[in-house]
Design a protein around this ligand. Structure first.
Ligand code: AMP
Ligand code: MG
Length: 522
């Protein structure tokens, strides 16, 4: 196995001179060198062949002992120097101080086709940033991260990727629901991949310590490698960096809203400077359409990170990034203008996204479309209605038949008995407005269906599906991981053999831990 190593982060940014792997405050540096923990008996469960190819690896490489060794943390690739990044963050709205890679260890960067890829192991043992944690990850959360990051990629949502999922052969003690019931679980390591894993929190760390020298180094490094198109001198380039990050963050969140993804822990240490979805913890997929839903039991009280609040939280997090970058600019106004623009762009992009979801193209109808979409959302909230099923089925609607609308989407309702006369009337009213609006479009029913099916996925990693894969894997059967991995590579395609996954969440999963309730414990 030959890798085209091209390290930049640990070569170009300041390193911790203390090489001891002890938990501590680490000052004035961007990272600490640390080696992964050797797993007792690593075993490859699954690898993403497509991603491996992007990294210059083929199927034979994946099967090799070298692959197992390197991506489980058993061995260190020649002339590479693994490290943990230093970062801080705001967690659930509060300043948390130094956090850092507590259970992620960066192995190296690879350059392939002029692209830089950083590879990191999640769950490979403690680092100076591990605080009270053990640096390890359990199989259940690793399966969730592995499957979901690749699924998001194929949905067209900007995300970090996952290259491999391995068992370590070690046991990990976890209190899954933070209720005092500790138990041993299987340990696992995911190797994940992104151009860089720098987060908002990396900037916040330096800014909070008034370490402007390193703040500038980090910003310049980020610009040079990941935003090469941003030119300009002095402060301008930091303002432009913030503008780009704001746009990308918003675009990412609009995608989340489109596919019904709830991140669950949008702390600033989980916000990528590239606008990638990062850190798959207690995330979930909307089943019943509900702006108030969050899968994260740790956030049960305030539901800060609920579905409908994600765009606002994106803005709040960007404000923290603006504060962190401020010392490089020393003017508030440019940041304020960008943040104000986020709000306007959010309105516009949400409208455009929802328009695409219901098959509208003509943009002359802005105000009326907004009303049509708002009344659709009101209808979706009347009785429990599966988001994925609803939008996918809606593409079968036939122009001129508003009275048949409800029948077309009927399978999306969880309990047909709740579809009483009032609910029906509201829906019928909506379908007749929808029909009137569609008449202004120039497309045929089948053209509209093709376009809608490209933005409304047929298959997503429903919460109970991930749990089914986990249950089997805990019994040593990894077949569902493979099945779901393949299914979710083509989420917009029909895949008739997989139709059974185009269905509402079964009743048994409604209140089940892992299916509707998840905590940060992973
Ligand atoms: P998260 O909420 O999972 O993004 O984690 C927040 C912070 O806690 C990050 O600094 C993580 O590296 C750290 N962390 C989470 N789990 C562990 C663990 N098991 N061991 C050490 N650090 C952890
Ligand atoms: Mg994190």
């Amino acid at each position: 196995m030959k890798l085209n190593i091209s390290d930049t982060y640990n070569k170009q940014l300041p390193a911790d001179k203390n090489s001891e792997n002890s938990r501590r405050q680490v000052l004035n540096v961007a990272f600490s060198f640390v080696n992964p923990k050797k797993p007792t008996s690593p075993k490859l469960i699954h690898a993403s062949v497509e991603l491996a190819e992007n990294l210059g690896l083929d199927k034979q490489d994946i099967k090799s002992k070298a692959f197992l060794d390197i991506f489980s943390g058993s061995k260190i690739y020649e002339k590479t120097y693994p490290y943990a990044m230093a970062y801080a963050g705001h967690q659930f709205g509060n300043w948390a101080g130094q956090l850092g890679d507590g259970r992620a260890i960066n192995l190296f960067e690879i350059e392939e086709n002029n692209k830089l890829w950083a590879i990191q192991l999640k769950g490979a043992g403690e680092t100076p940033y591990s605080r009270q944690g053990d640096g390890l990850a359990v199989l259940r959360s690793s399966i969730r991260e592995y499957l979901c990051s690749e699924a998001m990629h194929y949905l067209g949502v900007p995300t970090t990727r996952a290259l491999s999922l391995m068992l370590t052969g070690d046991e990990v003690l976890r209190d899954m629901l933070y209720d005092g019931n500790q138990a041993y679980e299987k340990g696992a390591v995911v190797s994940r991949v992104a151009p860089t894993f720098i987060r908002f929190g990396n900037f916040e760390l330096f800014a909070s310590r008034n370490d402007i020298t390193n703040l500038k180094k980090l910003a310049d490094y980020t610009l040079k490698h990941f935003y090469p198109k941003i030119k300009g001198e002095g402060k301008i380039k930091y303002i432009e960096l913030f503008r780009e990050v704001s746009q990308r963050t918003l675009d990412m969140i609009i995608h989340w809203q489109r596919v019904g993804f709830v991140h669950g822990v949008m702390n600033t240490d989980n916000m990528s400077i590239l606008g990638l979805t990062i850190d798959y913890g207690p995330y979930g997929w909307l089943e019943g359409f509900d702006f108030g839903w969050t899968p994260n039991t740790t956030d049960k009280q305030h539901k800060r990170y609920r579905f409908g609040n994600q765009p606002n939280i994106g803005l709040w997090n960007l404000l923290q990034l603006a504060n962190a970058l401020y010392p490089l600019v020393e003017e508030a106004e440019p940041f304020e203008a960008i943040l104000t623009n986020y709000k306007l762009e959010f309105e516009r992009k949400s409208l455009d996204m929802m328009r695409l979801k219901i098959g509208l193209t003509d943009e002359d109808e802005d105000e009326d479309d907004m009303k049509l979409i708002q009344s659709l959302e009101d209808c979706l909230l009347l009785i429990e209605t599966d988001m994925t099923l609803f939008f996918r089925l809606l593409s079968n609607y036939q122009l001129g038949k508003p009275e048949s609308g409800l029948k077309v989407v009927e399978d999306a309702f969880y309990d047909l008995e709740q579809l009483d006369i009032n609910v029906k009337t509201d829906w019928e009213h909506w379908f007749s407005s929808y029909d009137n609006r569609l008449k202004l479009e120039k497309r045929t029913d089948s053209q509209r269906k093709v376009a809608m099916d490209l933005v409304n996925p047929k298959y997503v990693l429903r919460n109970y599906m991930a749990q089914l894969a986990i249950n089997k894997a805990n019994d040593g059967d990894f077949s569902l991981i493979e099945d779901f991995f393949e299914l979710l590579k083509a989420p917009y395609e029909e895949q008739p053999a997989m139709q059974k996954w185009f269905a509402k969440r079964p009743e048994w999963a409604r209140h089940k831990v892992g299916c509707s309730m998840l905590s940060c414990s992973s």
